[in-house]
Design a binder for this molecule. Structure first.
Ligand SMILES: Nc1nc2c(c(=O)[nH]1)N[C@H]1C(S)=C(S)[C@@H](COP(=O)(O)OP(=O)(O)OC[C@H]3O[C@@H](n4cnc5c(=O)[nH]c(N)nc54)[C@H](O)[C@@H]3O)O[C@H]1N2
Ligand SMILES: Nc1nc2c(c(=O)[nH]1)N[C@H]1C(S)=C(S)[C@@H](COP(=O)(O)OP(=O)(O)OC[C@H]3O[C@@H](n4cnc5c(=O)[nH]c(N)nc54)[C@H](O)[C@@H]3O)O[C@H]1N2
Ligand code: SF4
Ligand SMILES: [Mo]
Length: 755
């Protein structure tokens, strides 16, 4: 691998023209700001309120938006730098067509020609190979309106069953488990419940770096005396402050949770009244953990027995408690099982439907919640309806004004779509808001698949690594260039306001999609002239589904600082806390316990690959990095991936911080600098995944999927680690990025604007 950029010169050499930097004169250099737009951050599911400063059709800075209740002005390092994307020199200003003779490999073309080419190729491929041979991949950085549009567009515009979304890599394990156990897929609580909890149990979530604002909710609970339990193979910044740290081996969460349930049963720390009146199948869940003693789990998980018993005691004897989980327990071939094992703990102790109680997934992408309800999943119709259910199909067909049979059936999931491309079954692809070349496991496989496509078009505002494989790239819009709604981690639907218009010849995403539908002769189904019209149809289409938005209006959402769904009728106040009175969303009103036996991960360590690899995030980078790798201040905090490795492991290899190590799995190999830290298990290494090419962690990861949610097992691979030639200086700033500033919430009140 190339030398890590360390000095300013090296950084400029590698990223120079591609990095947006703060101006030399500093912020607030006498700029005439024309207006401030109250909107939300474009990045994670916290969806912090922010005011964007606008001058001359550019977002030039921000102000904290103190009145928005969720974050009250607080922002994390990404939020305060997000505005540097818009005027970036890499921003796509025209549609592009592949042209091997051009230096960049692409040449700009006119919109008419671009849309024509896309529509022609869709029809050519479908005529030759059948309707489902053309697939669509979508994403949940998109608003609710665009998510809804993509679902309808794939089904009625293109007429393919094969549509799925990047939430498949993210929140589907939680989604499946929530629906199975509770009948509905949303965090059961508003975040204002967290400070009311007597115990906060964080499982597989790096809260301080990935849900930074949630940190302050946890701290407010602790100010009241709440106990904090953290289960993570790494001592994350929040874990450093925990009362009880459970440093389990990756892939053993269901054993840990099973043992905790075992101890709850053994000590009768069970809410019998709740179990009897509001749930079914407790006995089956209890039977499944009968053998899961804390001693057994201690050996399997590598967590001291007494800590497991103590976790059960804290959870089982407290009146209120919240369990927060994220991808650490969900990115597994047993992701659904892991979440069910957490929900079992909540149900057994009656921690639902009351203030300060609940088991909640922390959503990931900006619209991670809303985007999983509006019907751009392969098995879903709007309102979180089931595409295989005849009544649900009829309800949506009535809104769409189409024949029920015109709506295709269930299609393949995201990874399965890429596998089908690899196998030559799918020949064409339209992707929006998805960068699978960086984000899917087993990068070599994804790259091979993309090169086998007969036609590929991507809608993006930057030429992402995936878009570089496209035949036509359609220049779409940044979040601040369009309006619409998203639904945050709390289930609160909020309003995104447009600050600026798309620059150059770039266009709003929805306009591009409607144009393609028009060119395919399907305009009658897509008679939209504004985003608001899409919202108005979407909310009607959601009516009667579990995720019911029917009573919302944009005006109400703004005035009320968001509305929690379900909100079925105009005037309905919305539903911040679900399951009040112990009434769950299954037809009989009862929640389901599930028997969760322990299963090993798809790949386990052996003599050849003796170390566990787990992957995830750092505070200053976002997802596949397309956006944050272009913002200088964020790149400087953490420019390249580092391999976190325990001192005992490092000593065996003769490695110190900055030495290069080669990490090899059955899929591939990468060489990167080691960062020796005591905060990780000695049998495990961690690599963040935000980079592409030879810096992509997904060169190593496993394509194995959860049988129910079809999420890839990003959190467990078997690898070997060896010392490589070379050493790089790791700047202090980068190391502290993982410790001090990771708390995120202290970066609150910055006020910036660029000239
Ligand atoms: N800074 C930043 N914030 C983000 C994002 C980002 O890219 N950057 N992305 C957003 C998105 S889309 C998502 S999905 C969320 C993800 O948010 P998180 O899920 O919190 O983040 P991850 O880093 O993927 O993983 C969380 C933790 O899981 C731990 N872990 C690994 N394996 C296991 C295991 O087997 N069991 C347990 N219990 N823990 C394990 C890791 O050590 C890590 O600390 O973050 C959102 N916020
Ligand atoms: N090894 C490993 N891999 C992982 C994970 C992990 O923990 N470990 N985490 C997984 C998770 S949880 C997730 S969510 C995925 C994310 O993986 P992806 O969804 O592939 O990542 P993004 O970076 O969000 O890619 C979105 C693309 O859409 C573009 N985009 C963003 N907003 C918009 C918009 O409004 N309009 C348009 N047209 N384009 C837009 C961006 O420029 C970017 O190119 O990665 C997964 N991959
Ligand atoms: S926590 Fe950070 S990235 Fe997430 S919405 Fe808030 S400011 Fe944006
Ligand atoms: Mo995610």
């Amino acid at each position: 691998m190339a030398q890590l950029p360390v000095t300013e010169e090296q950084l400029i050499e590698r990223y120079g023209p591609h990095l947006n930097r703060e101006p030399p004169g500093g912020w607030n250099a006498g700029l005439d700001v024309e207006r401030e737009v109250e909107t939300h951050c474009c990045f994670c599911g916290q969806q912090c309120g922010i005011k964007l400063k606008v001058a001359d059709n550019q977002v030039v800075g921000f102000e904290p938006w103190y009145d928005f209740p969720f974050n009250q002005g607080k922002l994390c390092p990404k939020g305060v730098k997000r505005y540097l994307q818009g005027a970036h020199p890499d921003r796509l200003l025209d549609p592009l067509e592949r042209d091997p003779s051009a230096e960049s490999g692409f040449r700009p073309i006119a919109w008419d020609a671009a849309i024509d080419r896309v529509a022609t190729e869709i029809r050519r491929i479908q005529d030759a190979y059948g309707p489902d041979s053309f697939a669509v991949l979508s994403g949940v950085s998109l608003t609710n309106e665009k998510s809804y549009l993509m679902g309808k567009f794939a089904r009625l515009g293109i007429g393919t069953a094969n549509l799925d979304y990047n939430g498949r890599l993210c929140m589907v394990s939680a989604g499946v488990a929530n629906k199975k156990a509770l009948g509905m897929d949303r965090a059961p609580n508003p975040w204002s419940d967290i400070p009311l909890a007597d115990v906060v149990f964080v499982a597989g979530a790096n809260v301080a770096e990935c849900a930074p604002i949630t940190t302050s909710y946890v701290w407010r609970a602790r100010d009241r005396g709440a106990k904090l339990i953290v289960a993570d193979p790494r001592v994350t910044p929040l874990a450093r402050t925990a009362d009880l740290y459970l440093g389990l081996r990756p892939g053993t969460d269901s054993a840990l949770m099973g043992a905790i349930l075992h101890v709850l049963v053994a000590n009768d720390w069970i809410d019998h009244r709740f179990v009897e009146h509001h749930t079914v199948d407790f006995d089956a869940a209890a039977a499944a953990v009968a053998e899961m003693t804390p001693e057994w789990a201690a050996r399997l998980c590598g967590v001291p027995r007494d800590r497991i018993v103590e976790a059960a005691r804290l959870w089982g004897t407290s009146d209120t408690g919240m369990l927060l989980h994220a991808r650490g327990i969900e990115h597994h071939t047993k992701g659904v099982d892991n979440v069910l094992s957490c929900i079992n703990l909540g149900l057994a102790t009656g921690k639902y439907g009351r203030p300060g109680c609940g088991v909640s997934t922390i959503t990931g992408q900006g619209n991670g919640q809303g985007g999983r309800e509006q019907g751009h999943k392969c098995d879903q119709l709007p309102g979180n309806r089931d595409i295989t259910n005849p009544e649900h199909r009829a309800a949506v067909a009535a809104v769409w004004g189409c024949d029920v049979d015109e709506i295709p059936g269930k299609g393949l999931t995201a990874q399965e779509i890429v596998d089908a491309i690899h196998d030559g079954e799918i020949k064409g692809l339209l992707s929006i808001c998805f960068n699978p070349l960086v984000s899917l496991p087993d990068t070599a496989h994804t790259a091979e698949a993309l090169d086998r496509l007969e036609f590929f078009t991507a809608i993006d505002f930057f030429l992402s690594e995936t878009a570089q494989h496209a035949d036509v790239v359609l220049a779409g819009s940044l979040q601040e260039e369009d309006e619409g709604t998203t639904t945050s981690v709390e289930g609160r639907t909020i309003k995104i306001n447009a600050a600026v218009d798309p620059p150059g010849n770039a266009r709003r995403d929805w306009e591009i999609v409607v144009d393609i539908a028009d060119r395919l002769g399907r305009r009658h189904y897509f008679d939209f002239d504004s985003t608001r019209q899409i919202f108005d149809e979407m909310k009607v289409a959601s009516h009667g589904g579990t995720a019911d938005y029917n009573g919302m209006t944009w005006e109400r959402i703004e005035v009320e600082h968001g509305i929690f769904w379900p909100c079925p009728e105009p005037g309905h106040p919305g539903t911040p806390r679900l399951y009040e009175g112990g009434v769950f969303a299954h037809p009989d009103g009862r929640a389901r316990f599930h028997a969760v036996p322990f299963r090993e991960s798809a790949e386990v360590v052996d003599d050849e690959y003796p170390i566990w690899l787990t992957t995830g995030r750092v505070v200053s980078q976002y997802l596949s990095g397309t956006q944050t790798r272009r913002i200088a201040a964020l790149v400087e905090q953490y420019p390249e991936p580092l391999c976190e490795i325990h001192p005992r492991h490092a000593e065996r290899l003769g490695v110190v911080t900055g030495d290069l190590v080669t990490v090899t799995s059955r899929r591939g190999s990468m060489t990167l600098p080691a960062r020796v830290v005591e905060s990780i298990r000695p049998d495990t290494v961690f690599i963040p995944y935000h980079w592409a090419g030879d810096r992509a962690a997904n060169q190593l990861t496993n394509r194995a999927l959860d049988p129910m949610s079809k999420i890839p097992e990003y959190k467990v691979s078997a690898v070997r680690v060896a010392k490589a030639e070379g050493h790089v200086e790791i700047r202090d700033k980068r190391v502290t990025a993982l410790t001090d500033s990771a708390a995120g919430t202290d970066s609150a009140a910055g006020t910036e604007s660029a000239p």
